[in-house]
Design a protein around this ligand. Structure first.
Ligand code: PTJ
Length: 240
């Protein structure tokens, strides 16, 4: 960031904005991604720009679900690669889960740029969309997937998902873990687990949770709708 001092009260938020803008300039993030980011910023502001207890509970449940999955896959789009590419590669290593490019705003060039960016951050093979496997229940470009990735997955980690694909994946019987700052979005309400937090805070915490020993005592069953209600209360009260 060229001209904003670290002492600026909005420094962190401005730093993240710079990362998204750099993603657009580099060809990994779509211009629409800037608008999606702005929406996320608004919710983050209302949530006090911090990780709440309901997000920590969702992160713990996500770590358990992803660890227990027999074929977990990490689905990657242009926004998350601009913001947390290195963490996505670490997550893929920690889970032994492939990274798969699957974007909403269709573009072959952007798909390749996303793959290259992940590989610059240390990823090995990155699965790409193919014409060999198609998801059911969805008409958009996102139905084209890799036969060894999302198509075969029993659990998919897909931060900043769109509602249509989330619904399609759930209808196909797959577990979906998402990160979405909007607890009212269709994705949030359809996913198996929604982490209502900024992806830049949630990913390091998810990694930390995966790397820590699992607690001995049994954990209570995770209730996604209760978690979303807690997030809405936090937004409305601003001091939860
Ligand atoms: O690279 P592509 O083509 O796949 O496009 C990616 C975006 C994110 C642009 C695309 O999937 C899209 O349009 O998403 P939506 O439907 O606008 O949804 C984005 C959701 O993510 C919204 O509910 C935002 O509040 C939320 N969001 C935005 N930024 C963040 C976020 N949630 C967590 N962390 C963020 N940094």
């Amino acid at each position: 960031m060229t001209d904003v001092p670290k002492s600026h009260p909005r420094y962190e938020s401005l730093r993240i904005r710079d990362a998204i803008v750099a993603g657009v300039k580099r060809g990994v993030t779509s211009e629409h991604g800037l608008i999606a980011h702005g929406r996320g910023e608004a919710y983050d502001y209302l949530l006090g720009e911090r990780t709440h207890d309901f997000a920590v509970a969702a992160i713990e449940a996500s770590a358990r679900l992803l660890k227990q999955a027999s074929h977990p896959v990490i689905s990657v789009n242009g926004n998350v690669v601009a913001l947390v590419a290195a963490d996505l590669v670490r997550l893929s290593d920690a889970l032994g889960a492939p990274l798969e490019v699957n974007i909403f705003h269709s573009s072959d060039a952007r798909e390749r740029a996303i793959r290259d960016c992940l590989q610059e951050h240390g990823a090995g093979e990155v699965l790409m969309p193919t014409r060999d496997a198609e998801l059911d229940f969805i008409d958009s470009n996102r139905r084209f997937v890799h036969p060894e990735g999302i198509f075969r997955a029993d659990a998919i980690f897909v931060p900043l998902e769109d509602g249509d694909r989330c619904q399609a994946l759930r209808k196909m019987g797959k577990a979906v873990v998402t990160v979405d700052l909007n607890p009212m979005s269709r994705t949030s309400r359809t996913a198996s687990i929604t982490i209502v937090d900024n992806v830049v805070r949630a990913l390091p915490l998810l990694l930390q949770t995966l790397e820590s020993p699992a607690p001995d005592e049994p954990r209570p069953e995770f209730d996604n709708l209760a978690c979303l209600e807690a997030a809405e209360r936090a937004i409305r009260s601003r001091h939860d």
